[in-house]
Design a protein around this ligand. Structure first.
Ligand code: BES
Ligand code: ZN
Ligand code: ZN
Length: 460
């Protein structure tokens, strides 16, 4: 699908379907027969004063489904009064997200043809074109993340994540460097927690460190960490089959980091950005780590392993500690960390835990602008006692099964020192078992890429 922008009105359209957004209730559809060559689909986006970018994306998704069903050519009327919304951007983003398919193993039956965005006012054409271009750029990152999550777990091992990082560096004309630490390098750095998870798999772990450097030197820097478990079987604490079925999504955090880095040169932030992924596969085997093991993480703390399925926090412990050694202004991690987060917030909302008020505010605002749902949860100090171990510095999992996302967050906090840090538990929205909206279908959603892009653009 290509998105074309033209000056014109509905009467100019020769055949196909013309989509118009109206003041009707959000999502309301009306199919109108006309006297001229095209047919019209009206989709409600609400009264002018209450129109949101999300309403436009939803309406666009509805229009795509309708057009695909009838295999029609689509034109969308882009004229709209509100100035606080970039219509071209919102429509193009929804078009690109809605028409995404993972087609490596199955070709889609129908595909949307080219879509024309029409505006009556010639001056609007340029503005809409800019929005379309920005959406197309950002979509490259989202698509990369979705493809990585959707690929079957036999296609994505730690090496493939490392190769993706190398490819990003190669395409960046020197702006992004990729450093890959092998198992022996990680041993030298004392990453006992990360390596414990990796030791059950036949596929070697890779510790990935991407660095984007701005053209002018800058004092501030960000470290973005992504959970990169290419498949989570649970390890010896094996998951039941039904829960294991979607565990290729357990590198959704890593996918978001790689998605961000694939577009970072176009964002061109004026500060350094680090992307960190401790990539491993969590498998049961004769060499797998066991409940009862006590491992030492890179920051020196010993961890009492109790459930090998709580592997994400093990890998993140060493990844977060590595991040602190880069002395960043702030650390943000994204992880498909806990089923408890899905119990609490449902499938579409990610959880945020943060030790810094300003950082939390800017991430929540970025997610809001991006159209990704994020909700703050507390790093409750009293619950820290649930992680006290008799034999090690900390227990891997709490002694209570309640508040599992919060105790996981508290565990991670042990490895970030006093750095401003935010943890996004994306276990729910990283992978959609049912459509997430009219414009994001089943499978990998690319959750996090849009929020990270907005966040990186606003960060100073
Ligand atoms: N990768 C899972 C969390 C998950 C669940 C992600 C569902 C996406 C969808 C994580 O490694 C895990 O298994 N967590 C355990 C933690 C428990 C053993 C303390 C969980 O949530 O059950
Ligand atoms: Zn697990
Ligand atoms: Zn996991």
């Amino acid at each position: 699908m290509q998105i074309l922008v033209k000056k014109g009105k509905e009467e100019d359209v020769q055949g196909g379907l013309v989509v118009k957004f109206t003041a009707a209730k959000q999502g309301e559809q009306k199919f109108v027969q006309t006297s001229f060559a095209a047919q019209i689909l009206e989709v409600g986006i609400g009264q002018a004063a209450e129109v949101t970018a999300e309403a436009i994306r939803e309406a666009t998704g509805i229009a795509v489904a309708f057009t695909q069903k009838l295999s029609l050519k689509m034109s969308i009327i882009c004229d709209g009064g509100e100035h606080h919304i970039d219509r071209g951007f919102a429509i193009a983003e929804a078009l690109l997200l809605a028409t995404y398919v993972y087609d490596t193993y199955k070709k889609p039956k129908t595909q949307l043809g080219d879509v024309t965005l029409l505006c009556a006012d010639a001056r609007q054409v340029v503005r809409i074109e800019k929005g379309v271009a920005r959406a197309a750029e950002r979509n490259l990152g989202i698509t990369l993340a979705r493809n990585l999550v959707n690929a079957p777990p036999h296609d994505i091992h730690p090496e493939q994540l490392a190769q993706t990082a190398r490819d990003i560096a190669k395409a960046s004309k020197g702006r992004v460097k990729a450093k890959i630490l092998e198992r022996v390098d990680c041993e030298k750095l004392g990453m006992g927690a990360f390596l414990a998870v990796a030791q059950g798999s036949a596929y070697a772990p890779k510790f990935i460190h991407l660095t984007y450097t701005p053209t002018k030197p800058s004092k501030s820097s960000l470290a973005i960490v992504g959970k990169g478990i290419t498949f989570d079987s649970g390890g010896l604490s094996l998951k039941p089959s039904a829960s294991m079925a979607t565990m290729k999504c357990d590198m959704g955090g890593a996918a978001a980091v790689l998605g961000l880095f694939s577009v970072i040169t176009t964002l061109a932030p004026r500060y350094t950005v680090h992307g960190i992924i401790a990539a491993a596969e969590n498998m049961p085997s004769g060499t797998a780590y066991r409940p009862g093991d006590i491992v030492r993480s890179a920051n020196g703390k010993t961890i009492e392993v109790l459930d090998t399925d709580a592997e994400g926090r093990m890998t993140l412990a060493d990844a977060l500690d590595y991040a602190t050694k880069l002395l960043p202004t702030a650390i943000v991690d994204l992880a498909t960390l806990t089923g408890a987060c899905i119990v609490g917030l449902g499938e579409e909302i990610a959880g945020l835990m943060c030790n810094d008020e300003a950082l939390a505010v800017s991430l929540l605002a970025a997610a809001e602008r991006a159209g990704e749902k994020l909700w703050e949860m507390p790093l409750e100090k009293r619950y820290r006692a649930l992680l006290e171990s008799d034999v090690a510095d900390i227990r891997q999992i709490a002694t209570s099964r309640y508040g599992g996302s919060l105790t996981a967050g508290l565990f991670l906090q042990e490895f970030v020192g006093t750095f401003p840090w935010a943890h996004l538990d994306i276990a729910g929205p990283a992978f959609a078992e049912r459509p997430m909206s009219s414009y994001i279908g089943k499978g990998g959603t690319g959750y996090g890429v849009r929020t990270l892009v907005e966040f990186v653009q606003a960060f100073k």
